[in-house]
Write a protein that binds this ligand. Structure first.
Ligand code: GLU
Ligand code: MG
Length: 445
């Protein structure tokens, strides 16, 4: 986009404010806006923010001392004008995603730079990763006792389509107007829970669009007097909000997940990538399910990826490989141990790093698990290599701190700061009950 194009499109849309957006280490989406009359001052270098912005936890705007980051220091959010969008729910405001710069250099704690590095790493393997986020969220309204679901429907119940048609249509129209193509929609299992999937994209674009998606769902819902929340577990007894990642591996424009020689099988590269994900899964969870609340969602029989296992069409395995009715099959894999409290850049980058490590080491994922792993005896689980995943954030962070591959990928600075923030969140929330936790987190995600 030339400067001329940028100015013209801002003018065409009667823009007053341009929000420069970032997503922090607590996965809060934040923005700072400049007024259109000051465009020339902000066009290239953007807006300054304190380094402390990458050292704050989800609970409050207070720096976590263990990050080693203080109130001194400035980094710059440089607008990536290719991401300029005009959110229909906020007329007069434009959104552009920022890259964090330390002077002329990409900042070591910038999540978007981390993802780009991992995409370049995949390119060294001649691989391009495509993916889609399968977002689930609850639609809520304020009730006498706090937020209540907008309906009492169950999975795909047709009544929910009618109850929520206007808000769903506004959400999907708003996504389309920001270049995000909705794909499938149905009311999910929980009361008021929804799922709208979107088409897959190259990884960098998909991560950017995840920010737009979250902002749009919440922004449009608010215009309808509703709250939308992606928090992984809002109600203890109903389905949680997953955000499964659907991934495919491409080489020279071809999806290389299906095996060329044996129809219906996974390629050797695909198998090794899955093996890498499984090998690093307990550590990955600190990044893909990073909230203390995330672990309330990951339970057997909830389709939430509670077991370290892979299987064909197995919705209880952390990695499901869906089969297609016609060849080519399989064409993608689903990583279920992931939710929308994860920073999409960190989650996708870490998933790529784990999968590539599987390829580098030539790991094998073993046999597929073709039963609900919860129905296996301990002995059978051991034989199949199925084991328990961390059951709380502290355990996952412990596993990440013991995973040199993921720490190296993040880089020591980002890894240490990220883990310090997770530990601070865990310390505050470890003894808190779900009601208080939800009060604290519902609006953040
Ligand atoms: N809500 C489930 C979860 O927590 C996912 C249901 C599904 O398979 O889409 O991940
Ligand atoms: Mg779902």
């Amino acid at each position: 986009m030339t400067n001329q194009d940028i100015m013209q499109s801002l003018k065409d849309k009667d823009t007053r404010w341009v929000r420069i957006i970032w997503c922090d280490n607590a996965n809060i989406i934040r923005g700072k806006a400049f007024h259109i009359h000051t465009l020339a001052d902000h066009l290239t270098d953007g807006i300054g923010i304190s380094v402390a912005q990458q050292a704050v936890p989800v609970m409050a705007d207070a720096v976590v001392p263990e990050t080693g980051i203080s109130a001194v220091g400035e980094i710059w959010l440089r607008p990536d004008w290719g991401t300029l969008r005009f959110p229909p729910y906020a007329p007069g405001h434009a959104c552009v995603i920022g890259d964090m710069y330390d002077g002329a250099q990409p900042w070591k704690l910038c999540p978007r730079h981390f993802l780009r590095r991992m995409i370049r790493r995949a390119a060294e393997f001649d691989l391009e990763i495509h993916l889609a986020f399968e977002n689930e969220f609850y639609l809520l309204r304020e009730g006498a006792l706090g937020p209540e679901s907008v309906d009492r429907t169950v999975f795909a119940e047709i009544a929910s389509f009618d109850i929520n048609r206007e808000v769903i249509d506004d959400i999907t129209d708003a996504l389309l107007r920001q270049d995000i193509q909705p794909e499938r929609y149905y009311p999910e299992s929980g009361p008021g829970q929804q799922e709208i999937t979107t088409t897959y994209q190259p990884a960098a674009l998909a991560a950017d669009r995840q920010l737009t998606y979250r902002m749009t769902v919440r922004g449009v819902a608010a215009r309808h007097g509703l709250k939308a929340s992606f928090l992984p577990k809002i109600f203890p007894d109903t389905a949680g909000n997953g955000c499964h990642l659907h991934l495919s591996l491409w080489r020279n424009g071809l999806n290389i997940l299906p095996d060329e020689a044996t129809p219906g099988e996974l390629s050797a590269t695909g198998r090794a990538f899955i093996a890498g994900l499984l090998a690093h899964l307990p550590a990955l969870m600190a990044i893909t399910t990073p909230s203390p609340n995330s672990y309330r969602r990951i339970r057997p029989h909830m389709w939430s990826g509670a077991f370290r296992a892979w299987g064909w069409d197995n919705r209880e395995a952390a990695i499901r490989v869906p089969t297609n009715p016609k060849p080519p099959s399989p064409t993608h894999l689903e990583f279920k141990t992931s939710d929308a409290s994860a920073n999409p850049y960190l989650a996708v980058g870490a998933v790529i790093a784990a999968g590539l490590d599987g390829i580098r080491q030539g790991l094998d994922p073993g046999r597929p698990v073709m039963v609900d792993p919860a129905d296996l005896s301990n002995q059978e689980q051991r034989t199949l290599g199925v084991d328990l995943l961390p059951t709380n954030l502290a355990e996952a962070v412990q596993r990440l701190s013991g995973d040199p591959v993921l720490r190296e990928a993040l880089g020591p600075e980002l890894a240490d700061v990220f883990m310090a923030i997770r530990r601070a969140e865990w310390e505050v929330m470890k003894d808190v009950d779900i009601e208080q936790e939800v009060k604290l987190l519902l609006e953040r995600y």
